[in-house]
Design a protein around this ligand. Sequence first.
Ligand code: G3P
Length: 207
Amino acid sequence: MKYLLDTADLAAIRRFCDIFPVAGVTSNPSIVNKEGKTDFFAHMNEIRSIIGPGKPLHIQVTALDTEGMMRDADTLLTKVDKEVYVKVPVTMEGIRAIKRLKAQGVHVTGTAIYSSQQGFLAMEAGADCIAPYFNRMENMGLDPDGIIAALAEMIRLYHYPTEILAASFKNAGQVDRAFLAGAQTATMDPSILEGVLTQPHITNAVA
Ligand code: G3P
């Protein structure tokens, strides 16, 4: 199991990377917006310097069309570094961008996944990671456990090199379920990790 932080909060990344076995950092445009006015690339480079060169840093494109996504990816790889995992939503335009980026040897994460079929297509297009949105699926009455299990089973059966990077969690129980369903990796707000170890019953037992 690998735990990633789904945040662009520099102080939180510093603090939680020091405490927890953090495998990397993810963000999306909404998460970056939360940080307020900031130099985006300086900010991403600061995250890189905190986590170090060996850990995956996933950054999302903002363009909606393939050509724009390719330009966004190029800018990320130039202004941050070549090891960035470029997050691309698995849409019609996105799947074409995933194929093109993989042909160039770029690390790619297919994101905004709400169905097994969407994940299968991203795997077949070459995505290194696929990000099913656990809580959002649950809110829609979908079965995130079953969808992640289906993705994991296809990876196992056909030996895809793809890693399931489950995302969109509101509590630690959902993270447990994603891991149990077969996600190798989960990305979450640091408050979820902190909550696991700061429950009053733990503190009381220790006292
Ligand atoms: O990175 C995508 C994921 O973080 C979405 O999470 O909380 O907006 O459903 P949320």
